[in-house]
Ligand binder design. Structure first.
Ligand code: FUL
Length: 477
């Protein structure tokens, strides 16, 4: 059998995975019965009368989220307590039975409309674990219930970019055990919303393995297929509300290196997503108003996730009024401004680029500075240590370098190093491992030079970079 790393180099993303990857960063909105009961997990017995946002404003959610630089919203349409944020025909436990708009409201509709209006993508979280529904644990009857709900969400609410299935279940050994019909669920999703990714307990997007945004140094998108087995995800997911899952790294640290995949038979494209909350909890609690993450913590999370080949799903839980709290909105606003400042000056624009080799005239080195998103640089097949030199033409200062592989043709680069020219000698700035969709190298302080050299020190079959951006942060005097 061909060596695993060579087989790995052949694995490419599906169209829907590629589109999802470009979404980079989007919001999770945990909103539901727990918002009103001040809990993280409800047991499904709380009265629908408690659900009553007094000033619900989906448009405000979308404005705040868009202003924060996020590109979509995934809404908890139904959390573990089973309470539905849309008037589902299949249960009485929903907004229909609540005082919200006298039972005629539909949170899912309003959020999906607001997303459309503000150019955000919309995704649905539908908890497989349902503590209210009587058929849960009965097998087929619950599967039918679940598929009916999925069908409602995927037919009545416009385009859905993601269906997010949580692995959490707190039933324990003596609880109700439901064997989910995953293939049946996936079939319905593929039929009704073929472009949507199915995340976490699904074949398209992989959970990073913790809820504190602790990322791997080398986040590979090509990994063993056993990682997409839902039982594996569930085994590592939360089993009780008090479990300190957030503080632990539960899964293996090396999923994709040559060593890690050496004996793996089947490899798949299964890119990582980091899910983390802007507050300690997933749902809004007044007691956590002063524990909202600072903008610099959010920047750190962004650099590690989006800047480390993973997408970021950042939870912003609206409060009891039905709006995103001012403190969260402020944190998001400062976060977005910090990112804009960080990449303010594009130093590499207009530079000259030279590579150690080019595959042919379609794969020119100069493609890495273009924005067309189609052409990229690829080195010649026999180039063992390919490199690119970007010549600014004059001395320039910068403090971040953004590198992107052309992932449509796979993830190939295993390690790289960056150098700057100092009086005719190359001085190494840093070393790194994988690149993937995006790698952001953030330097501790600005450096200046007239050239940057990118050396690919190890790759699988073909080395290809789609984009390089060298930036200087904005300084305020
Ligand atoms: C966990 C759930 O138990 C939490 O309540 C939350 O929804 C989080 C995103 O996933 O597994």
């Amino acid at each position: 059998m061909t060596e695993a790393y060579i087989r790995a180099a052949e694995v490419i993303p599906s169209k829907r995975q590629l589109e999802w990857q470009k979404t980079e960063m989007y919001a999770f909105c945990h909103f539901g019965m727990n918002t009103f009961t001040d809990k993280e997990w409800g047991d499904g017995t709380d009265s629908p009368a408690l659900f009553n946002p007094t000033d619900f404003d989906a448009d405000q959610w979308a404005r705040v989220i868009k202003n924060g630089g996020l590109n979509g919203i995934i809404l908890t349409c139904k959390h573990h307590d089973g309470f539905c944020l849309w008037p589902s025909k299949y249960t009485d436990y929903s907004v229909k039975a609540s005082p919200f708009k006298d039972g005629s409201g539909d949170i899912v509709r309003e959020v999906s409309n607001a997303c459309k209006k503000h150019g955000l993508k919309f995704g649905v979280y539908l908890s497989p674990w349902d503590r209210h529904e009587k058929t849960y644990g009965e097998g087929k009857a619950y599967d039918t219930y679940f598929v009916n709900q999925l069908t409602e969400l995927l037919t009545d609410y416009g385009d859905i970019f993601c269906v997010w299935f949580d692995g959490a279940c707190g039933e324990g050994k003596n609880g109700r055990i439901q064997q989910y019909d995953w293939p049946g669920y996936y079939k319905v999703i593929r039929e009704l919303m073929p472009d949507a990714v199915i995340s976490i307990c699904g074949p398209d997007v992989r959970w990073i393995g913790n809820e504190t945004a602790v990322c791997r140094e080398s986040e590979w998108s090509v990994v063993p297929s056993r990682l997409a087995i839902n039982e594996y995800t569930a085994e590592h997911s939360q089993k009780s509300v008090d479990e300190k899952i957030r503080d632990r790294y539960k899964m293996e640290l090396d999923l994709g290196s040559r060593k890690a995949i050496k004996n793996e038979k089947e490899l798949i494209w299964y890119p990582a997503e980091v899910d983390v909350s802007v507050r300690p909890g997933w749902f809004y609690h007044k007691s956590e108003d002063y524990r909202v993450k600072s903008y610099d913590k959010l920047v750190e999370i962004y650099l590690n996730s989006v800047g480390g080949n993973a997408n970021l799903l950042l939870n912003i839980p609206p409060d009891k009024t039905g709006r995103i709290h001012e403190i969260d909105a402020l944190a998001l606003d400062s976060f977005a401004r910090s990112l804009r400042d960080m990449f303010y000056n594009k130093v590499s624009e207009g530079s000259k680029v030279k590579a150690s080799s080019e595959l042919d005239e379609l794969h020119r080195a100069s493609n890495i500075l273009s924005d067309n998103g189609i052409l990229y640089w690829q080195c010649a097949a026999d180039d063992k240590e390919p490199e690119i030199v970007i010549d600014f033409g004059e001395e320039k200062s910068f403090d971040s370098v953004v590198l992107k592989e052309n992932i449509a043709t796979g993830q190939q680069i295993e390690s790289f190093a960056l150098f700057i020219n100092k009086k005719g000698k190359w001085k190494r700035l840093c070393k790194g491992t994988v690149i993937g969709y995006k790698k952001i190298v953030r330097l501790k302080k600005k450096v200046s030079s007239d050239k940057l050299r990118i050396k690919i020190t190890s790759y699988r079959v073909k080395a290809a970079l789609e984009k390089v951006e060298i930036c200087a942060s904005r300084e305020y005097i």
